[in-house]
Design a protein around this ligand. Structure first.
Ligand code: SF4
Length: 345
C-alpha cells in the first residue's frame, strides 16, 4: 500500500448534530457551512460564521476520500487476520501510515462510524435543504451507492426553506435517500417568533411541517419551553400546542431555553434584564403545552436541559430519544410532570 499525501485525505465535517442522531455512530457529511439565517437571538451555534453553499463535486470528493480510507482500513484488517473487522489495532496501524490525519477533526467520527458498520448519516450544517435540489440528489445518490450499508440519512432544515421548496422536489429528495428532518420550531406564538427573530411565522411552521410530512420524511420538531419568560408563557404554550397539533410530527423534542454565551439573550441575562423561569414554572408551562395535544407523536426530553428531578432525586422525565408515545403514554407523562410540579412547590 502506498502512503498517500495530505491532499488526498481532505474531507470536511462540521460541529453540530442532534443528540438523537446516533451519537458517535453517525457519519457527519457537510453539505453547507453554517446557517443561512443566523439571526435567532437564542442561538449561538454559527454566530460568528458566514454561510456558504458547498459544490456537490467537493462533497462527492469528500465521500470518495472517506471511502478510500475505508478500503485501506479493510486491507489492514485483513492483513492483521481480523477478517475485515475494524478494531483499535486497525485504526492505530492506519494512523501510523497517515500521521497527517492524526489531528483531523473528523477522523475519530469516521472510525467510530465504520466500526459500527456505517448505518446512519447526518448531513451538516443548519439547513441542507437550501441546496439546489439537483445537487442534493446527486450527493445523496453517490453517498448511498458508495456506502451501501447506510440505512438512514437525516438533516436539519428550516420551516421557511421547506415552504419555498416545491413539493415534487421534496419528494425527489426523500426518494434519493434523505429520511428525517429536524426542524427548530422554538415556539408557535407569532409575537414570540418575531421577538426572537426566528425568521418564520406560525403559518410557515405549519406549512413547512405539513409539507415535510406529506413528502414522506420523518419529522422532528424542536420546541423551547421557557423561551417567552413568565409574561409570554401562556401564549407560548397554547400557540405552540396549536401548531404541533396541526403538524402532528413523528417527534416533538423539548429544548428548554437557556441563555447561551455569545447571544443577545445571554447579554440581557448578564444584565439581569431577562425574565427567567423557575423549574416549577417551566414544568407548569410544559403541562400547559402538552395537555391540549391530541396527536400521535413521540414527545421526547432527550437533552440535558430537561433537568428536573423527582422527589427521589432521579431524573423526572426519561431522556430517551424515543420519548413518550402519544396518546398512549400522555397520561403517564402528565402524571410525572404533576409529580415534578409538586416536588418543586
Ligand atoms: S435557524 Fe437554527 S441554526 Fe440558524 S440561527 Fe436559528 S436556531 Fe440557529
Amino acid at each position: 500500500m502506498q502512503q498517500s499525501s495530505i491532499k488526498n485525505y481532505e474531507f470536511e465535517t462540521g460541529v453540530y448534530r442532534p443528540p438523537s442522531e446516533g451519537g458517535s455512530a453517525s457519519l457527519f457529511l457537510r453539505m453547507t457551512r453554517n446557517c443561512p439565517w443566523n439571526h435567532c437571538t437564542f442561538c449561538a451555534m454559527y454566530k460568528s460564521e458566514k454561510f456558504e453553499l458547498r459544490n456537490p463535486e467537493d462533497i462527492i470528493q469528500n465521500i470518495n476520500v472517506m471511502h478510500d480510507i475505508y478500503l485501506q482500513l479493510k486491507e489492514i484488517s485483513l492483513k492483521q487476520g481480523q477478517a475485515g473487522i475494524f478494531s483499535n489495532q486497525t485504526f492505530s496501524q492506519f494512523l501510523k501510515k497517515t500521521p497527517e490525519l492524526y489531528f483531523h477533526q473528523g477522523i475519530s467520527m469516521l472510525f467510530n462510524w465504520l466500526a459500527v458498520e456505517g448505518k446512519t448519516v447526518f448531513l451538516q450544517d443548519a439547513d441542507s435543504l437550501i441546496m439546489k435540489t439537483d445537487h442534493m440528489i446527486q450527493v445523496l445518490k453517490h453517498l448511498k451507492t458508495t456506502f451501501p450499508t447506510i440505512q438512514r440519512i437525516t438533516s436539519y432544515s428550516r420551516s421557511r426553506t421547506i415552504v419555498r421548496k416545491p413539493e415534487a422536489d421534496l419528494e425527489k429528495i426523500r426518494k434519493a435517500g434523505l429520511d428525517r428532518l429536524h426542524i427548530e420550531l422554538a415556539t408557535g406564538d407569532a409575537a414570540l417568533l418575531k421577538k426572537v427573530k426566528k425568521g418564520a411565522t406560525p403559518e410557515d411552521h405549519v406549512k413547512g411541517g405539513q409539507k415535510a410530512m406529506k413528502a414522506g420524511f420523518q419529522v422532528s420538531e424542536y420546541w423551547m419551553p421557557g423561551l417567552g419568560g413568565k409574561t409570554l408563557s401562556k401564549d407560548h404554550a397554547l400557540n405552540t400546542a396549536q401548531i404541533l397539533h396541526q403538524i402532528n410530527p413523528h417527534y416533538i423534542r423539548s429544548r428548554p431555553f437557556t441563555p447561551r454565551p455569545g447571544t443577545i439573550l445571554y447579554e440581557k441575562a448578564s444584565r439581569n434584564e431577562l425574565e427567567r423561569m423557575t423549574p416549577k414554572e417551566q414544568l407548569l408551562e410544559i403541562r400547559q403545552t402538552l395537555e391540549p395535544l391530541n396527536i400521535t407523536s413521540r414527545v421526547c426530553f432527550d437533552h440535558a436541559g430537561n433537568h428536573w428531578t423527582a422527589p427521589d432525586g432521579r431524573l423526572l422525565l426519561s431522556q430517551s430519544y424515543e420519548g413518550y408515545q402519544f396518546p398512549e403514554e400522555k397520561e403517564n407523562l402528565l402524571g410525572l410532570i404533576e409529580k415534578g410540579i409538586g416536588h418543586y412547590s
